[in-house]
Design a protein around this ligand. Structure first.
Ligand SMILES: *Cc1c(COP(=O)(O)O)cnc(C)c1O
Ligand code: SF4
Length: 458
C-alpha cells in the first residue's frame, strides 16, 4: 500500500469570524417609519422627499402628540414638556429620526436621548459651567467668525439647523430663543458674510475655513454656491469644509434636493480645478442613524468624489461603550465616511445627564483603536473650555480621576495658559460629589489640580 506524503499541518491562526462581527454592514432597509402612527401610510417615495421631511419635522410637543398618538403613554409627553421648559435648545426633529426611535422604549433610545429632553432625567449643571463654554464669541473678530487657531477660522453663516440637538455646544446662538436662553442671533445676511470674507482676505495666514452652523443644509443652493465661490476666490484659502448634521438626520436631501447637491458638487469640482480642498463634515453619533437610505446618499457623494468626514459627540447612554463606538466607526467606514473626531462632551447647560468623563473617553478609545484602518480611527478630543481649542484627550498635564478635574495646555493656541475640564458629578463617588457642593472645597480642588499640573511641567 502506498503511503500518502506527509503534508505539514497548516496552522489556522484565525478562526472564522462570528456572524455578529458583520453587524456593521447590516443597514436597515425596511419601511421603518410606518411604525409611527402618522407615517403609517407614507410611501417610500414620499419619505425620500426632502421637502416632505422638512415640512413634517416636529417643533412642538403638541405636534409630537399628533404624530405619535397612543404609541407612547401620555406621561411621556408631559415629561418632554417639562424637559423643554428647562432646555437651552428649541425642539426640531425630522421624520427620519422619529421613524428610527424605538417607541416601545423611548427612555433608553439613543436618538430620543439626543433630540427630546425629558424633565424626569435632568440633572443639575456642574458648578463650573457657563454658556458659550468655548468662548467662541471672545475669539470673534466679526460676528459669526471665530479666529482661534493660527491658520484656520470657523464661519457661522446662519443659526438654523435641520434638527436641534439637545447637547449643542452653540446653544448660545443656534435655534430659536427658549425659556432658558435668549440667543445671539446669526441670521443669514449677505452683509455680515461680506465682513467675514473681508476679514479672511485680510489675514494671509488663514488657509482653512470651517463653514459650520447653523448648518449648510439650511443654506439655499445659491447661497451655498456663493459662499463656496467667494471663499475659493480668496488666494490664501486652501481648504474648506461645509459642516452639516444633514446626512445623519435627513439623508434624503442629498438624493432628492438635486439643486443643493449639484451646487455642492460644483463647488467641490471648482476647488479641485484650483487645487483646493472642499469637503463635507457631518455628525453621526450612533450606528442606527446609518440606514440603507444613508448608504444611497453617501454613495452618491462618493460617485461625485466628495469626501465626507464625521465628528461624534460622546454621550452617556448613546455611544459610551466600546461596542457601540466600534459599531459606529465601522459602519461609517462602510459608507465611506471617515471618522475624524470624537468629542468629550462640552460643558453645556442643561444636558448634564449626557456628559461622560475623560476617563470613559480614554477607555473607549483604547478599544476602538486597532479595530479598523488608522485613517478611519477617530481622535478623541476635549475642546478645552475657555478657548484652548481641541486637545487630544490623552494629552492632559494632570488628571485627578477622583475629583474629575483635568488640566490641559495649548502652547500653539494660547501659550502659557491652563485649561480645565470637569467630569460630570454623577460619575464621581458620593464623597467627591459632596465636596463639589462646598465652594471652599471647589476652590481647593481646582487650585490643587493646577498646582500639580505646574509641578509636572517643571
Ligand atoms: C473645531 C474648530 C476648528 C477646526 O479645527 P480642526 O481641529 O482642524 O478640525 C476651527 N476653528 C474653531 C474655532 C473650532 O472650534
Ligand atoms: S446640528 Fe450641530 S449646530 Fe445644529 S443643533 Fe445640532 S449640534 Fe448644534
Amino acid at each position: 500500500m502506498k503511503t500518502l506524503p506527509v503534508v505539514p499541518e497548516v496552522k489556522v491562526h484565525r478562526p472564522p469570524v462570528d456572524a455578529s462581527a458583520f453587524a456593521f454592514r447590516e443597514l436597515r432597509d425596511d419601511e421603518f417609519w410606518r411604525s409611527v402612527p402618522a407615517f403609517a401610510e407614507v410611501s417610500r417615495e414620499t419619505f425620500l422627499d426632502h421637502l416632505w421631511q422638512a415640512k413634517h419635522s416636529v417643533t412642538k410637543v403638541a405636534k409630537l402628540r399628533e404624530v405619535l398618538g397612543d404609541r407612547v403613554s401620555p406621561a411621556f409627553f408631559e415629561d418632554v414638556e417639562l424637559g423643554i421648559k428647562h432646555a437651552p435648545m428649541s425642539l426640531r426633529v425630522s421624520p427620519y429620526i422619529l421613524g428610527l426611535i424605538d417607541w416601545d422604549d423611548p427612555y433608553s433610545d439613543p436618538l430620543r436621548l439626543q433630540f427630546l429632553p425629558v424633565g424626569s432625567l435632568l440633572l443639575p449643571d456642574h458648578p463650573k459651567l457657563d454658556l458659550d463654554s468655548l468662548h467662541e464669541m471672545e475669539d470673534a473678530p466679526t460676528p459669526g467668525l471665530t479666529h482661534r487657531y493660527p491658520d484656520k477660522a470657523l464661519f457661522l453663516p446662519l443659526d438654523q439647523c435641520p434638527v436641534y440637538c439637545r447637547f449643542c455646544t452653540r446653544s448660545y446662538a443656534i435655534g430659536l430663543d427658549t425659556e432658558e436662553v435668549e440667543k445671539v442671533h446669526l441670521r443669514a445676511s449677505e452683509e455680515r458674510w461680506e465682513r467675514a470674507f473681508d476679514y479672511i482676505a485680510s489675514r494671509p495666514e488663514l488657509e482653512d475655513i470651517v463653514i459650520s452652523g447653523g448648518d449648510a443644509y439650511q443654506l439655499r443652493a445659491s447661497q451655498l454656491e456663493e459662499i463656496g465661490e467667494r471663499l475659493l476666490a480668496i488666494p490664501n484659502v486652501r481648504r474648506m469644509r461645509f459642516a452639516t448634521k444633514g446626512p445623519a438626520v435627513m439623508p434624503q436631501k442629498i438624493l432628492t434636493d438635486t439643486a443643493w447637491t449639484d451646487a455642492l458638487t460644483r463647488v467641490v469640482d471648482k476647488g479641485r480645478k484650483l487645487h483646493k480642498e472642499v469637503v463635507l463634515h457631518t455628525h453621526f453619533n450612533h450606528a442606527v442613524e446609518i440606514t440603507g437610505i444613508t448608504k444611497l446618499a453617501m454613495d452618491r457623494l462618493t460617485e461625485r468624489g466628495i469626501v465626507v468626514r464625521n465628528q461624534t459627540v460622546l454621550q452617556r447612554g448613546v455611544n459610551d461603550t466600546p461596542d457601540l463606538m466600534t459599531l459606529l466607526v465601522k459602519r461609517l467606514g462602510h459608507v465611506n465616511v471617515h471618522p475624524y473626531y470624537v468629542y468629550v462632551h462640552d460643558l453645556v447647560k442643561g444636558v448634564e445627564d449626557l456628559r461622560t468623563s475623560v476617563e470613559t473617553a480614554l477607555f473607549i478609545e483604547k478599544h476602538v483603536r486597532g479595530t479598523t484602518a488608522g485613517f478611519n480611527t477617530p481622535v478623541f478630543v476635549v475642546d478645552a473650555p475657555g478657548g484652548g481649542g481641541k486637545r487630544d484627550a490623552h494629552s492632559y498635564e494632570y488628571y485627578d480621576r477622583d475629583t474629575g478635574v483635568s488640566v490641559y495646555q495649548a502652547p500653539s493656541v494660547k501659550p502659557g495658559r491652563f485649561f480645565l475640564y470637569f467630569d460630570p458629578l454623577h460619575q464621581l463617588s458620593v464623597h467627591q460629589q459632596r465636596r463639589w457642593a462646598d465652594p471652599v472645597q471647589v476652590d481647593f480642588m481646582v487650585s490643587d489640580a493646577l498646582l500639580k499640573a505646574r509641578q509636572r511641567l517643571r
